[in-house]
Write a protein that binds this ligand. Structure first.
Ligand code: CAA
Ligand code: NAD
Length: 283
């Protein structure tokens, strides 16, 4: 199946990155947010990153302008009606995602492929709200999307081979490397990464070491580009908290349980970089 027009739902940390990469790869991209202010914030982030790339000499002014011209921001879900593929990147909440997909199912033609960028939710639980469970899959990008090369293609038990083939081709057209995984909570990367990040919070909570030394330990001792607490701020404390709850609910193993400090940080609005404060200050 040929993909020309892409729809992205959500223009937060991930949606903005996904929309940017799609537009830069030549796809007309409609990006939808719930309200105008959030849409402007997301579009502003894309513009800032493209402008920075122009300043660094990584991107020409013409290519920046062309990418921006391919982006169609909207708050109206029905503007996604003629997209060939829709990638959902809204908050990590099953009810919110199910509502979006069941509404879209009534708006889009049968041929449109639906994909969720969920980190931890079950793809089948979203696919089941639509009449196209064969044209439904997970398409899991990594943060920051313009930089990270990987995309996990998640095959629900109903996903057709043709849908997987289309998604592979699309992922390659975005300049990313696809890997395939079954619809098991956390897929490949988060199944391994999330317990590690939660353990770093437990080490901090137990007073074994400072946040700086925990981060330096993993950066200099293991060659990670970021220490785990810096990475948690980067991913978002709220998003990590939702992911941990979903994974714990599924596996019932203590290593997936969110440490108490995470919940308190979410309650305090300390959501990481995006709110200006997390384990570190970004004001
Ligand atoms: N958007 C776009 N580009 C960005 C960016 C962003 N948010 N942040 C950094 N970059 C670019 C910079 O512009 C820079 O580009 P050039 O080399 O072309 O100049 C490049 O990335 C490197 O950036 P910096 O030199 O500023 O900093 P760095 O060398 O520390 O790299 C990093 C930044 C790429 C983010 C690196 O620290 C890194 O790889 N961190 C780990 C990220 C990671 O693990 N991501 C996965 C999170 S888990 C996930 O996504 C799954 C989930 O479901 C939760
Ligand atoms: P975020 O909080 O930065 O952005 C979510 C955005 O979705 C917000 O701007 C919100 O206004 C918008 N939104 C909520 N409901 C909407 C709706 N019905 N229609 C349109 N927009 C809506 O979150 P994020 O970090 O971008 O995460 C989004 C998704 O991507 C989640 O499922 C998350 O698990 C997944 N994910 C996150 C990361 C990460 O590192 N943060 C990495 C991979 C996958």
């Amino acid at each position: 199946m040929e993909i020309n027009k892409v729809g992205v739902i959500g223009c937060g940390l991930m949606g903005a990155g996904i929309a940017q990469v799609c537009a830069q790869s030549g796809f007309t991209t409609v990006v939808r947010e719930v309200e105008q202010a959030a849409l402007e914030r997301g579009m502003g982030r894309i513009d800032a990153i493209l402008s920075k790339d122009v300043k660094k000499g990584k991107l020409s002014e013409d290519d920046r302008a062309a990418a921006l011209s391919r982006l169609q921001p909207t708050t109206d879900l029905s503007d996604l009606r003629d997209c060939d593929i829709i990638i959902e990147a809204i908050v990590e909440n099953i009810d919110a995602k199910r509502e979006v997909f069941s509404t879209l199912d009534g708006i889009c033609p049968e041929s449109t492929v639906f994909a969720s960028n969920t980190s931890s939710l079950t793809i089948m639980e979203m696919a089941a709200t639509t009449k196209r469970p064969d044209r439904f899959a997970g398409l899991h990008f990594f943060n920051p999307v313009p930089v990270m090369k990987l995309v996990e293609i998640v095959r629900a038990i109903t996903t057709s081979d043709a849908t997987v083939a289309t998604l592979k081709e699309f992922t390659l057209a975005l300049g990313k490397t696809p890997i395939e995984t079954r619809d098991s909570t956390g897929f490949i990367v988060n199944r391994l990464l999330v317990p590690y990040l939660l353990d770093a919070v437990r080490v901090l909570e137990s007073g074994i070491a400072t946040r700086e030394d925990i981060d330096l330990g993993m950066q200099l001792g293991c060659g990670h580009p970021m220490g785990p607490l810096t990475l948690l701020d980067f991913v978002g404390i709220d998003t990590t908290y939702y992911i941990a709850n979903i994974m714990f609910e599924e596996f019932r193993e203590p290593r997936f349980a969110p440490p108490p400090l995470l919940r308190r940080m979410v309650l305090a609005g300390h959501l990481g970089r995006k709110s200006g404060k997390g384990f570190y200050d970004y004001e």
